[in-house]
Write a protein that binds this ligand. Structure first.
Ligand SMILES: CC(C)(COP(=O)(O)OP(=O)(O)OC[C@H]1O[C@@H](n2cnc3c(N)ncnc32)[C@H](O)[C@@H]1OP(=O)(O)O)[C@@H](O)C(=O)NCCC(=O)NCCS
Length: 146
């Protein structure tokens, strides 16, 4: 499996993963992915296996604060360590861009994702009510550089 930077030609794969992983009202569209890519090209990465894009992670940055915008692995490939690899690779990219703290929001009922972040040292810092419509968001953060 190869982790590499996203290229615009990957968009159909990324949308395929998006549709498989998120309810319709939480899916990003091609325009949003394009904007995220233009804003921070190095902070959009994909996992490729045998020519198929099976996961992606995308972040953004303001100064030394990074934010994980989204991370997803196609359900057929979940539970094999790919989410962890994408998260570690995105943190590395953020480090090279001068990020010291990484933040993210995750649905309070999204146990797989919360466990992934806890396993990688993220700590819960806040709750945002109604962030995903009915569902609240847990805000988590991790210091990646002193
Ligand atoms: C969250 C997600 C990216 C994890 O990807 P993954 O490749 O399956 O994760 P990994 O195999 O690397 O697992 C890493 C850790 O995540 C946690 N985890 C993953 N799947 C889990 C599950 N079904 N239940 C509980 N914890 C889980 C575990 O802590 C796991 O570590 P372990 O294997 O030592 O127990 C994946 O479940 C996904 O795409 N979910 C849908 C999209 C989504 O909700 N993204 C998060 C948006 S904030």
């Amino acid at each position: 499996m190869l982790i590499r930077e996203y290229s615009p030609r990957d968009i159909e794969w990324v949308l395929w993963i998006e549709r498989a992983c998120f309810p319709e009202n939480q899916q990003y569209n091609a325009t949003t992915f394009h904007s995220l890519h233009v804003k921070d090209p190095n902070l959009f990465i994909v996992a490729e296996y045998q020519g198929v894009i099976i996961g992606y992670a995308v972040g953004e940055r303001w100064g030394d604060v990074g934010r994980i915008v989204s991370i997803a692995v196609h359900p057929s490939y979940q539970g094999r360590g790919i989410g962890s690899k994408l998260l570690e690779a995105l943190e590395e990219k953020m480090l090279t861009r001068g990020v010291k703290t990484v933040r993210l929001e995750v649905g309070v009922s999204n146990t797989p994702a919360i466990n992934l972040y806890l396993k990688h040292g993220y700590e819960p810092i806040n709750i945002i009510e109604g962030y995903y419509g009915e569902e609240n968001a847990l805000v988590m953060a991790k210091r990646i550089k002193d």
